[in-house]
Ligand binder design. Structure first.
Ligand code: CP
Ligand code: NVA
Length: 303
């Protein structure tokens, strides 16, 4: 079993993993040694704080070992990706890859002889969505019937919330003037819409008034950093997305939870002080990446 996208996971598998994450958070010492003797190999093309630390520290806390590999210091760049992943999967018990291209994650999953996790590509960020569901269940007591409004650009994080949401009965409204071209997944949007669990709206105020949770993410995903036109694209996006900022004016008087996967760009997609607003669960959400990562690794390892 792999985790490339939650589109491939059943409702039961998602709910089990979320519930296990909550159990691990309540009593983490009960899980010490559950991954004893196991090695997680983590291969990153892009930078990371949460995903890397949740993998390394999570594995240590479970009694196993995690090995971080920066793509540039390996021979992946010299060879066929499939050949190198096959080799890695003959050494390690679990793989985590943070690749730019979703097609590379899919290729790696095809050839890996051990379970593989997608640590965030240009289309999906499923490990983030599992921790997000855990955070929503912790804050709101349930997932089914919850209404989440996602504001900003439709990207990897947004797609994974939609995929997770329609599996567990959570409704996602997007208020987003653009979809990142590489993230566009009309098959996913059609599936979620036909289940009555997704809509796209232009009415930001109404969408935030009607939700339990409001969520935003960066307007510019990491893969754009190496684009030669990055500076111009950044300026264009700041102008386009400025009206979609989560701020006190927009959220005044509303009873909801505020979420952001981090890293946050204070003053851009979110007014800086909102991270510390009493309605914000953003730092619990970041902490939950660790508990969620541990539950996911146990699930994939069949433990
Ligand atoms: N949210 C998240 O994936 O953070 P990192 O990019 O720091 O891992
Ligand atoms: N969506 C952003 C943040 C992911 C943690 C990105 O891909 O850069």
């Amino acid at each position: 079993m792999h985790l490339v996208t939650l589109k491939d996971w059943s409702t039961a598998d998602i709910n089990d993993t979320v519930d296990r994450s909550l159990a691990i958070k309540r009593n983490s010492s009960a899980y010490a040694n559950t991954m004893s003797g196991q090695t997680l190999a983590m291969l990153f093309q892009k930078t990371s704080t949460r995903t890397r630390c949740a993998g390394e520290i999570g594995m240590t806390q479970l009694g196993g070992h995690a090995m971080y590999m920066d793509w540039r210091n390996t021979n992946f760049g010299l060879a066929d990706l499939g050949d190198e992943v096959r080799v890695l999967s003959r050494y390690a018990d679990l793989l985590m890859v943070r690749f730019i291209e979703n097609t590379d994650v899919e290729r790696a999953a095809e050839v890996s002889e051990v379970p593989l996790m997608n640590g965030c590509c240009n289309r999906y960020h499923p490990m983030q969505a599992l921790a997000d569901l855990m955070t929503i269940k912790e804050a709101c007591g349930r997932l089914e019937g919850i209404r989440l409004t996602y504001v900003g650009v439709m990207n990897n994080v947004c797609n994974s919330l939609i995929a997770a949401g329609y599996k567990v009965g959570m409704h996602v409204t997007t208020v987003a003037p653009e979809i990142n071209p590489a993230a566009e997944d009309h098959e996913l949007y059609a599936a979620a819409q036909s289940a009555g669990l997704m809509e796209r709206s232009d009415d930001l105020r109404m969408a935030v008034e009607r939700c339990d949770v409001v969520y935003t993410d960066t307007w510019i995903d990491m893969e754009y950093f190496t684009d030669p036109a990055y500076s111009e694209e950044k300026e264009r996006r700041i102008r386009l997305f400025k009206p979609y900022q989560l701020n006190y004016g927009l959220l005044e008087g509303l009873d909801l939870r505020i979420m952001h996967c981090l890293p946050a760009h204070r003053g851009y997609e979110i007014e800086g002080e909102m991270l510390d607003d009493p309605r914000s669960v953003i730092f619990a959400q970041a902490e939950n990446r660790l508990h969620g990562q541990k539950a996911l690794m146990l699930k994939l390892a069949g433990r």
